[in-house]
Design a protein around this ligand. Structure first.
Ligand code: NAG
Length: 313
């Protein structure tokens, strides 16, 4: 659930200056894929395993293995493992995904943003506080466990750090529940708080997060529906808006894959239209439709995302 909420924030990254760069990694099956951010932290937008074109990873392959270009499977494990890290490597054949098209030679295609964020690490049985000052915390990712042999290892025998594939499944949900939307929150690396994912191993808690102005809210409306923005107090301030698609998960339920895979679709008139109808008002409605914005990407199922706040003068 939180992963979905985070991807709704994509439009905010740009508006708030959090977005540093947009990246793409393609790796042929059986090799190591490496995601990295020279600056900032990884936020995966889409991770697809399969084949959607016939030239990528085709060298030396018979035509029968590369001609199916309708094969794609979303791999959610990649965002779970990589979000919030600076570098993330995995061997593509150990992700344990089912084969979406037997007989076709496949590749991993991961699209991700590098965003500004902070990382906090607490060794076993340590306490700390995350603090965003006047802003509020948004957790990117969190894990209680062990994923390398060096973090929090000083002076420990090898037997205590031997498992580096250790993830407590409830970490992200429980840290996000305590911290999201607050200006500061306590965090603790302890098996009394999280499930113990590897008994006998010395673990640590890693939390990645960013800080947002407290008032910013995101409205997302799938194509065909109408966005209604309302301020209880004050008037609407529009921060950013886009009608199109920048994420493959949002508004994808029940849609064929080919309608949701294009994630670089922007209607350049969106901000002007939404500003015109909403800015400075207490309420407004805008329908997410081609009639309003015209069609920025034919055959893609789109949505209208608006980041706004309510200002009191
Ligand atoms: C990789 O995925 C992105 C986003 O879905 C898509 O735009 C791009 O065409 C894909 N590239 C290949 C080679 O499949």
């Amino acid at each position: 659930m939180f992963i979905l909420k985070l991807s709704l924030l994509t439009v905010l990254f740009a508006a708030q200056g959090l977005l540093i760069s947009a990246e793409n990694a393609i790796t042929c099956y059986g090799n190591v894929q490496r995601l990295s951010c020279d600056s900032g932290l990884i936020s995966v937008k889409s991770a697809i395993y399969g084949r959607t074109d016939s030239t990528t990873c085709s060298a030396g392959r018979p035509p029968v293995q590369v001609q199916n270009t309708q094969c794609s499977l979303k791999i959610s494990l990649i965002s779970k493992r990589c979000n919030g890290q600076r570098v993330c490597e995995f061997k593509t054949d150990v992700l344990g995904s089912p084969d979406p098209c037997v007989g076709t030679y496949k590749y991993y295609n991961t699209t991700y943003d590098c965003i500004q964020g902070r990382v906090r690490v607490l060794c076993e049985d340590s306490y700390g506080t995350l603090d965003c000052g006047n802003e509020v915390i948004q957790i990117i990712n969190a894990n209680y466990g062990r994923t390398d042999g060096t973090t929090c290892s000083e002076g420990l025998p090898g037997s205590l750090i031997g498992n580096t594939n250790c993830y407590a499944p409830d970490t992200l949900t429980s840290v996000a529940t305590v911290c999201n939307g607050r200006s500061s929150c306590p965090v603790q690396a302890s098996y009394t708080i999280f499930t113990d994912p590897c008994v006998g191993i010395s673990k640590y808690l890693t939390v990645s997060y960013f800080c947002l102005p407290p008032s910013v809210q995101i409205s997302v409306t799938c194509e065909g529906s109408t966005a209604v923005l309302t301020c209880g107090t004050g008037v609407l301030q529009i921060q950013s808006a886009n009608y199109g698609r920048t994420d493959s998960i949002i508004c994808s339920a029940g849609r064929p894959v080919n309608q949701v895979t294009k994630t670089d679709c922007y209607a350049s008139n969106t901000l002007a239209i939404v500003m015109n109808r909403c800015h400075g008002k207490t309420t407004c409605s805008v329908s997410a439709s081609n009639d309003v914005f015209s069609d920025p990407c034919v055959n893609t199922y789109k949505y209208l995302s608006i980041a706004y706040s309510c200002a009191v003068y």
